[in-house]
Design a protein around this ligand. Structure first.
Ligand SMILES: [Mg+2]
Length: 362
């Protein structure tokens, strides 16, 4: 058995800005597990800094090496792995990197594509686009391009002070009927109620995570004060937390990111719980390479996921990916990979080229 971590830096085509800052490349950690003739892959969705959550590449690597690697030595099933690392509090993205490696391994062992191995599958994922903060005219153009390319929903990042100028011009560009949502990435508080209410007139599909990253209570209050439905992202770190948000009526949508919730086991539980309670779900993204993206598309293909997600085709972010068979989108739909496991073929040449470090963990 062998476990390798490839630390890579992939240049982004367009710098990606949110209310946290701007990225020009994606620093990713790719994991490769070899055992019994099977090679499984996964990706940590952490990045260079602790901005989306408290985790970053260095903390994830530390937690994996010191506390998690021992728990995958016998290649357990994902759920058993999670039970055996319960004593490690938090660090969901580190856990997810190992948990998803096991999903790929066991799906390959069963000779099944991951999207079917996970449960009832639609075989495809509906795709929306996430547009970073930029000059508002540029954002409008990107939104129009996205509509023309067939994306099913446009989401624009907003930040305090720029929300109305962004939404107004993008709405003007794509019309009043096209599904549009905004993502505030925690930039507001309840004191901003007037400005948040001013977005009600734009018929947004939802506003994503307007308030603090671990808040539910204020979001529940906000939900009663504005018309725009609320989608929670950062706040939903587990099925337990999702159940509390649903109970408090803090959201109408949940953005499920496997990395944020310790992997696919918990993602599937959240998706099922949400559907039972008529809460919409979709699958978000974290600028993953083709490796992490393949897990997102497998999850987004689940029958429990009912809304278009952020699983854009890879060519929107990277001119060349580390997989040879990146996803292609047709009419806003990506077909799930039907090869075994996540169904990707690693471009080993390019992986070597963008690799900054290669560490043997087992
Ligand atoms: Mg978000």
């Amino acid at each position: 058995m062998e476990l390798i971590c490839h630390k890579v830096a992939l240049p982004l085509i367009v710098p990606f800005s949110t209310s946290f800052g701007t990225q020009t490349e994606r620093d990713a950690m790719i994991f490769e597990l070899k055992k019994d003739g099977i090679t499984a892959y996964s990706e940590a969705v952490t990045d260079y800094g602790p901005h989306y959550s408290y985790e970053d590449n260095d903390t994830a690597f530390h937690i994996i090496r010191k506390y998690l690697v021992a728990a995958i030595f016998n290649v357990p099933k994902p759920e058993e792995f999670l039970k055996s690392v319960k004593h490690v509090k938090g660090h969901n993205m580190a856990k997810a990197a190992m948990e998803m490696l096991l999903w790929d391994f066991w799906a390959k062992d069963a000779g099944q594509p991951l999207h079917k191995y996970l449960g009832p599958s639609k075989g495809k994922a509906e795709v929306g686009i996430s547009i970073g903060i930029d000059d508002t005219d540029v954002m409008k153009e990107r939104a129009q391009e996205a509509v023309n390319r067939g994306f099913k929903r446009v989401k624009v990042k907003i930040k305090k002070g720029m929300e109305e100028s962004i939404v107004n011009i993008v709405r003007e560009g794509i019309g009043n009927k096209f599904p549009l949502s905004v993502d505030a990435n925690t930039d507001y508080t309840l004191d901003d109620i007037e400005v948040l209410r001013s977005l009600d007139k734009y018929s947004l599909a939802y506003i994503e995570q307007p308030l603090d990253h671990d808040d539910i209570i204020d979001h529940a209050e906000l939900a009663r004060l504005i018309k725009t439905p609320i989608c929670l992202d950062e706040s939903i770190i587990s099925e337990y937390r999702a159940s509390k948000a649903i109970k408090m009526e803090a959201c109408k949508y949940i953005n499920i990111k496997p990395g944020r919730v310790s992997g696919l086991t918990e993602s599937m539980k959240i998706a099922q719980l949400a559907r039972e309670n008529n809460i919409h779900t979709w699958v978000g993204g974290m600028l993953e390479t083709g490796v992490g993206r393949a897990f997102n598309v497998a999850l987004a293909s689940s029958k429990f996921i009912d809304s278009p997600g952020d699983t854009s085709p890879n060519d929107r972010y990277f001119s060349r990916d580390i997989v040879k068979n990146p996803f292609k989108m047709m009419d806003g739909v990506i077909d799930a990979n039907d090869g075994p496991g996540i169904g990707i073929q690693i471009d080993t040449q390019y992986l070597k080229k963008v690799e900054k470090e290669r560490i043997k963990l087992l």
